[in-house]
Design a protein around this ligand. Structure first.
Ligand SMILES: N[C@@H](CCC(=O)N[C@@H](CS)C(=O)NCC(=O)O)C(=O)O
Length: 214
């Protein structure tokens, strides 16, 4: 499989974690977002949105959107599962993942930040206030969702990592990168720490990617 990603892209990071958890190998195809490689005709032929990630499966099928790729991976390589066994848990895991992937992440995306700076002429302080506003708001919602669980678990929704954890860890990494303080959110920090002890999460970290730049 060919996986098109970028070390710092959180939607790529999600997929890397899932590949690792499932022990699925892939060939990494780096797309340099800062250099604008996502806008090339060659890449847009794979993903007309010009966004990462994209996956070309072993049978040549083209997949985009990290949540769709994660669910495809789970259905194609069922062990270990990244979604709970019962419909209620699966709905909760998907809701948590969507809070991050649909509500938080789009507001921190490179193209949005570039628009704020280049088209709306926001300075760094205003841009950082934008980031802090939406990342804090979203991660507080994640913390509140974990507080609603009937039982405390090591990971978001169980004692093994799943879809919610796969989305949470890259989002926490982004919060750190953008200097957003989420240290008071104890539940999501505890899950984040637990995930750091899992090899698949560590291997997927941006600093371990072949295209990493400090
Ligand atoms: N909802 C999409 C989001 C894709 C996305 O926004 N990817 C970012 C990197 S994390 C990207 O390619 N940004 C390029 C840009 O903003 O120009 C997914 O989950 O795959």
């Amino acid at each position: 499989m060919d996986f098109y990603g970028y070390f710092r892209s959180s939607s790529s990071y999600r997929c890397r974690i899932a590949f690792g958890l499932k022990g699925v190998d892939y060939t990494f195809k780096p797309i340099h977002l800062k250099n604008g490689a996502q806008h090339s005709d060659a890449y847009k032929a794979l993903n007309p949105q010009g966004l990462l990630p994209a996956l070309i499966t072993d049978t040549g099928e083209r997949l985009i959107q990290s949540l769709a790729i994660l669910e495809w991976l789970d259905e194609t390589y069922p062990e270990p599962p990244i979604l709970g066994r019962d419909p209620l848990t699966r709905a909760r895991e998907r809701a948590f993942a969507q809070v991050i992937a649909c509500e938080i992440h789009p507001l921190q995306n490179l193209r949005v930040l570039k628009y704020l700076a280049d088209d709306l002429s926001l300075g760094d302080a205003e841009k950082n206030a934008w980031l802090a506003r939406w990342l804090t708001d979203g991660l507080e919602a994640c913390e509140a969702l974990l507080a609603l669980r009937e039982t405390e678990t090591t990971f978001c929704y169980g004692d093994t990592p799943g879809l919610a954890d796969i989305c949470l860890v890259p989002q926490m990494f982004s919060a750190g990168r953008f200097g957003v303080d989420v240290s008071s959110l104890t539940r999501i920090n505890a899950v984040y720490e637990a995930c750091q002890g899992v090899e698949a999460f560590d291997n997927a970290h941006p600093r371990h990617q072949p295209d990493f730049e400090a």
